[in-house]
Design a protein around this ligand. Structure first.
Ligand code: FMN
Length: 161
């Protein structure tokens, strides 16, 4: 049996980019959650996946809307990555962001490096997470600047180390 803390720590050695998953809440308002359990699947059909914990609001909203956006963050959006990792009731103060709207009313987090607008093609429940497979219906790119990264349970800037 693996030690849970050791396992978490070993997984943290996998450096990732950081996304914000956008969807609509029960009132039809934009809702966002920071996520790094994101991956591409196929080029044809264009598919991606994201792994969402059952304890999140995003999980409940995704189950209803069947649509989500993936917003790949830039390094200068670290404050947004931290903000959308908090519980909604703790998201207070001083963070400036705006949404635009993609096809299917999926919220776009303005200023992100890349946006993928996805329709849920399928999902797989495992333990306390659901893996959502998204068919990418729309893509927007704005790639000036460096990507935000996460490594060893921290924000990571390779050029600063
Ligand atoms: C760098 C980072 C990556 C995260 N990745 C995920 C993830 O892939 N899936 C997930 O369910 N939660 C992830 N989280 C935690 C959620 O962002 C957090 O639980 C958030 O409060 C959920 O928001 P919601 O309840 O409003 O949906 C991550 C947090 C951080 C800081």
């Amino acid at each position: 049996m693996l030690d849970k803390d050791e396992f978490r720590s070993a997984l943290g050695q996998f450096a990732t980019g950081v996304t914000v998953i956008t969807t609509l809440d029960d009132e039809g308002q934009p809702h966002s959650m920071t996520a790094n359990a994101f991956s591409s699947i196929c080029l044809d059909p264009p598919t991606v996946m994201v792994c969402v914990a059952h304890g999140t609001h995003t999980h409940g909203y995704l189950e209803k809307t069947n649509r989500f956006g993936v917003n790949i963050l830039k390094q200068d959006q670290q404050d947004l990555g931290a903000y959308f990792a908090k519980k909604p009731e703790d998201r207070t103060g001083g963070v400036d962001f705006h949404y635009s709207e993609a096809e299917g009313r999926i919220p776009i987090l303005d200023g992100s490096m890349v946006f993928f607008g996805c329709e849920v093609l399928g999902s797989h429940v495992y333990g306390d997470h659901t893996i959502y497979i998204g068919l990418v219906k729309e893509m927007r790119r704005n790639e000036s600047g460096a990507p935000l990264m996460f490594y060893n349970s921290r924000w990571y800037n390779p050029s600063a180390d």
